[in-house]
Design a protein around this ligand. Structure first.
Ligand SMILES: Cc1cc2nc3c(=O)[nH]c(=O)nc-3n(C[C@H](O)[C@H](O)[C@H](O)COP(=O)(O)OP(=O)(O)OC[C@H]3O[C@@H](n4cnc5c(N)ncnc54)[C@H](O)[C@@H]3O)c2cc1C
Length: 370
């Protein structure tokens, strides 16, 4: 049997590998891609899709189609466990064993559900991005029949973008007067962020009548209610938990070396520190040399190195080192064509910020959408 390359997840760090998948096939290697959806959604445009700026097809990659067109095998499923000694991947709810010679993991991250009551309805986590589409439908249905209250829990980039874009969605649906949007930001709005960026984002959200609550952390999310650690509780028809994400649990479950956050611990070659046949990129790894923020920027920067090292590993060539690079640009889409731009000491808010983000995002997606 020819050597087998297996990819878990067709996420942001696998874009180049997927685009050049044929180069593996042409060398006689088998390529299998495992993903629970036929599409991978570009998270940078997810809040814009929630707000109605983009349609789902504008912001997704047709992973199955790309893989099959280039001669690979696509498996619609969820990788559950890796056996690094036998070099096998097991799927959730299936007996099938997927053998690999080289494995690359880009299974992303998830929003922990620890504070969410299992029975609660109307709760939509910030990831996977498909959840935002379901949330959009629920908001539109509810807003059509009366006043609604939408709660967003968190105050990082995804939380503020969701809050701003829920406002845009409600405005577009004509529910302007009846939608209350509350951002439960813990004890401090955008804690740890640069003061100017925090000030600009806050001003813009307040202009959009997003009510920012900083009286305490959310302790429990129940059907229709949010309870804070300080005993306060608030009604909410729709809740978006958008608190910090955690890496996919596959690696801990598989007994692979992981970092303190549970991410696959990798060296400078984006290679597992325990098994040289396993690589990874994006939110699911723990880059031991310099722990990285869970932002798509790093996943995107890892692309060429991951592609090179997977090919080198299969053909016996030398591996290349990944360098995280310097400061990165962040632009928050806060809805209604407005955003906040932040890089180095430059920060400004308004339409230009969103226009720049929209241009960058559309260009990125066009490059890989095929
Ligand atoms: C709402 C929101 C907005 C954001 N905006 C930005 C932004 O503007 N800029 C920025 O830099 N960052 C942004 N981020 C952060 C960014 O989303 C992440 O850093 C980025 O998604 C990481 O990419 P990834 O490919 O590692 O993971 P993901 O995007 O999560 O992709 C993982 C892929 O793996 C698949 N997968 C998951 N589990 C399995 C499994 N068990 N088996 C097989 N496949 C699996 C998934 O289906 C998915 O296709 C945002 C995050 C959110 C939530």
């Amino acid at each position: 049997m020819s050597k087998q390359l297996v990819l878990i997840g067709g996420g942001h760090a696998h874009m180049v590998t997927l685009a050049r998948l044929r180069s593996f096939v042409d060398k006689g290697f088998g390529v299998t891609v495992i993903q629970p959806s036929e599409y991978h959604y570009y998270s940078g445009m997810g809040p814009g899709m929630l707000g109605g700026t983009y349609q789902p097809e504008d912001i997704r990659f047709a992973t199955r189609q790309i893989v099959e067109k280039k001669g690979g095998r696509f498996i619609l499923g969820r990788a559950w466990r890796i056996d690094p000694q036998k070099q096998l991947v097991y799927l959730e709810g299936s007996e099938e064993e997927i053998p690999y010679d080289v494995l690359s993991c880009n299974a992303g991250s998830f929003v922990p559900r620890g504070t969410i009551d299992g029975q609660a309805t109307g709760v939509f986590t910030a990831k996977p991005i498909e959840e935002l589409l379901h949330a959009q439908q629920s908001i539109m249905e509810m807003a059509a029949s009366g006043p609604i209250t939408v709660a967003v829990v968190g105050s990082g980039p995804s939380a503020i973008e969701i809050a701003g874009n829920v406002r845009q969605l409600c405005t577009r649906q004509g529910a302007k007067a009846t939608a209350r949007i509350k951002l439960f930001a813990g004890r401090e709005f955008m804690a740890g962020g640069p003061p100017k960026v925090r000030r600009l984002a806050r001003t813009l959200l307040e202009k959009k009548r997003v009510e920012i609550n900083t009286s305490g952390y959310v302790k429990q999310i129940e059907g229709g209610r949010i309870r804070l650690e300080n005993g306060e509780d608030y009604p909410a028809d729709i809740v978006f938990p958008a608190v910090g994400v955690k890496p996919s649990p596959i690696f801990a479950r598989s007994g692979l070396p992981v970092g303190p956050d549970g991410g696959l611990q990798v060296n400078e070659y984006l290679q597992s520190i325990g098994y040289d046949t396993i690589f990874g990129g994006g939110d699911c790894i723990y880059f031991a040399k310099k722990p990285l923020a869970k932002v798509g920027v790093y996943a995107v920067r890892q692309n060429p190195i991951l592609y090179h090292n997977l090919m080198a590993s299969l053909t016996g060539g030398p591996l290349a080192k990944f360098s995280p690079g310097g400061e990165y640009l962040l632009i928050y889409n806060l809805g209604d064509g407005e955003g906040v731009f932040a890089k180095w000491s430059v920060a400004f808010a308004g339409r230009l910020a969103f226009t720049v983000k929209d241009w960058i995002d559309r260009r990125f997606i066009r490059t890989f959408q095929e």
